[in-house]
Design a protein around this ligand. Structure first.
Ligand code: ASP
Length: 386
């Protein structure tokens, strides 16, 4: 063999070896991945006692484990999302299901949504008052009705007709949220309504001793995003909305594309928490998915120049993060919410199983787990997972 033929062969061998090294250095892609949130807001380290901090972390861990159990044995992203959210809906620490905030009229009106990224099917409900698990009702709308969104008594009637558990409205009552309502109404000079029929007294049976003080400014909506072993993405969100909401107000959660969105084609699933009005106006969840899809289609040069021009350039974690192009998209979207006057956070799952948990507030109850990473939960903005 001549020297001229040997040199290219040697170069090719060297290149193959280099790329093998590069490939082995790549972290293993997760077979499944899962993330949850329990609301964002002004949550400072000194605003929670150690007991409260521990109670939230334990509650988040239980919800994460429910999703993990389903995904690790090959279950669907949608099942994992529903299971985790139902656990949080039953926990009075969160503003969803039992423990939801009250309307100005002293009612609990519950909103929820789900979306299946595999076929863009979606279901949502708003203003439920008797369905124990609003997330199950949203899923039933998606799977068992020809519609996407049902509201009010009709939505409860539909949920009952498909066999979902119905409860008295007072089931959702918690003293802490009632006190929060009274405080909010007094601040706005609005009348305080009578306590709902059947509501337990101040010595409620539900253990609320771990609940944080009433004056903190935080949301408390719950949500989940998942990638399953078949490569399908799903998202779900459930909430009581905003304290002292009036006139049948509905937030971003049940608005598909605002607080909830999932699309396998975009490679993205999103659940949001925050000032719903701003998340609706910024179409946050859909924009993030469209941005992630567009970013994936960009040439590396364009992507790098976009990154340099973005807020990411000033953020050390962002710049050093190997997945930071997705972060840029998410950060840009939250910046838009902030520019409009809103605050909050999002959890985002990508098709490669990367979970982003990002907020423009001082905290967000959150957690993530995957087939390659152990379960981690966080509360304050400056701790993992992010
Ligand atoms: N986004 C919800 C709403 O506006 C509130 C929350 O996140 O807690 O209804």
């Amino acid at each position: 063999m001549t020297l001229t033929r040997l040199i290219p062969a040697a170069v090719a061998l060297a290149l193959m070896a280099t790329s093998a090294v590069a490939q082995s250095a790549q972290p293993e892609a997760p077979r499944w991945s899962f993330a949850i949130h329990g609301g964002a807001g002004v949550i400072e380290r000194d605003s929670l006692s150690p007991e409260q901090d521990a109670a939230y972390r334990a509650a988040l861990t239980r919800a994460l484990e429910a999703g993990q159990a389903i995904l690790s044995r090959g279950g669907t992203a949608m099942d994992a999302v529903q299971a985790a959210i139902q656990i949080m809906e039953d926990n009075p620490l969160f503003n969803a299901g039992r423990g939801a905030v009250f309307t100005a009229e002293g009612r609990n009106e519950l909103d929820a949504a789900v979306m299946d990224g595999s076929n863009l099917a979606a279901g949502s409900v708003a203003g439920l008052t008797t369905t124990r698990h609003p997330i199950a009702a949203a899923r039933a709308v998606m799977e068992q009705s020809p519609h996407v969104m049902l509201i009010g008594s009709g939505a409860d009637a539909f949920a009952a007709s498909v066999g979902l558990e119905q409860v008295e409205p007072s089931f959702f009552f918690t003293e802490r949220r009632w006190q929060g309502l009274e405080t909010a109404l007094r601040a706005r000079n609005l009348p305080i309504p009578a306590r709902p029929a059947g509501a337990p007294g101040p010595q409620a049976a539900i253990d609320e001793s771990q609940a944080p003080p009433l004056n903190e400014r935080k949301f408390g909506t719950v949500g989940a995003v998942a990638l399953d072993q078949s490569g399908n993405l799903a998202a779900g969100t459930s909430t009581g909305g905003m304290t002292a909401k009036q006139w049948g107000r509905v937030g971003d959660v049940p608005v598909i594309g605002a607080g909830t969105y999932a699309s396998n084609a975009d490679g993205c699933a999103v659940s949001a928490t925050g000032d719903g009005e701003y998340f609706i106006r910024a179409t946050v969840a859909r924009d993030i998915c469209a941005g992630i899809a567009a970013e994936a289609a960009m040439s590396p040069d364009v992507r790098a120049s976009q990154r340099r021009a973005s807020a990411c350039a000033a953020d050390e974690i962002c710049l050093s993060h190997p997945r930071n192009p997705d972060f840029v998209v998410i950060d840009r979207e939250l910046a838009q919410v902030e520019a409009l006057g809103g605050s909050g956070g999002v959890i985002v799952m990508t098709r490669s199983g990367d979970a982003w948990l990002h907020m423009n507030t001082s905290g967000m109850y959150r957690g993530a787990v995957s087939s390659t990473e152990p379960a981690r939960v966080g509360i304050y903005a400056n701790e993992p997972p992010r």
